[in-house]
Design a protein. Structure first.
Length: 274
């Protein structure tokens, strides 16, 4: 009998060796890991682009990833500013439109429900996401750390401007004028972290702190090559957390801190585990 989102208790499962097989998971394995993970009180989840693929958001790495385009990759480096802003907006404008239209998929919804479940027993689930699409919040997750910013916000490209980042649903027209800051009239930029820029200190510092406290770290839909976010795995494992990878494909260079790998689409695996 297939194990569905509705037939399982709302718990998190550990000690799992899962070979994805058409959406089926062995019930005996699920029950065994449910008993072990039902004791978890602090859960940290690191998510990447793979969790949002089923919502229509493209990945950045892999065969069809954006970063296979050398020009796009170079334009998204901080050293290329401000001249690269037309390319950045030409790329991130459509991404903003996709994020605004996208709906959370079962993986996002499963994590939101798990957060609620942990809260009922004085536990906590926190999502540290590398994604910029806002889908975790749209799914209902409250404890979300945006490590790479959000495409649903804009900020001034002038570092000296005091205007704080603000929610923005404007989609600049292709080949049109750049949007400008309402305070200083300099070009705006999406409120995302570019290559060569530091991650927002409050978000990454809290994620590191929580990695020391976590009973379990779930790593979902990420290549594991982007630092310092990927460093959370080593920190969590060093402090005794059980670390589980849920990813469509195995990592080329498996991280020694990962306890087990669960292969398959996040939107199909997470609802079966939660």
């Amino acid at each position: 009998m297939p194990i569905t989102f509705l037939t399982l208790p709302l718990t998190l499962y550990t000690k799992i060796i899962l070979c994805y097989n058409g959406g089926m998971v062995d019930r005996e394995i699920v029950d065994r890991i449910a008993t072990q993970l039902g004791q978890a009180r602090q859960v940290l989840v690191l998510t990447g682009a793979g969790i949002s693929v089923a919502s229509g958001i493209k990945t950045y790495r892999g065969p069809a990833g954006m970063w296979n385009d050398a020009q796009l990759l170079a334009a998204h480096h901080a050293d290329a500013l401000p001249g690269s802003l037309p390319i950045i907006w030409a790329t991130k404008g459509p991404v903003r439109a996709q994020a605004l239209a996208a709906l959370p998929n079962p993986a996002h919804l499963a994590l939101a429900q798990l957060e609620q479940q942990l809260a009922t027993r004085d536990g906590q689930l926190t999502i540290a996401t590398q994604n910029i699409d806002g889908l975790h919040q749209k799914a209902g997750s409250k404890n979300v750390l945006e490590l790479h910013g959000s495409v649903l916000r804009s900020r001034c490209s002038d570092p000296g401007c005091v205007l704080p980042p603000f929610p923005d649903q404007t989609i600049p027209p292709a080949n049109g004028p750049l949007p400008t800051c309402p305070r200083c009239n300099q070009p705006l930029r999406p409120d995302i972290v570019l290559f060569g820029e530091r991650l927002p200190a409050p978000a990454i510092d809290l994620a590191k702190h929580l990695s020391h406290q976590a009973d379990i770290l779930l790593v979902v839909g990420t290549s594991g090559v982007v630092h310092p976010a990927a460093g959370l795995i080593e920190k969590a494992a060093t402090w005794g957390a059980q670390c589980y990878l849920i990813n469509k494909d195995p990592w080329e260079n498996p991280h020694p801190g990962i306890t087990q790998t669960l292969l398959g689409p996040a939107e199909q695996i997470l609802p079966q585990l939660i």
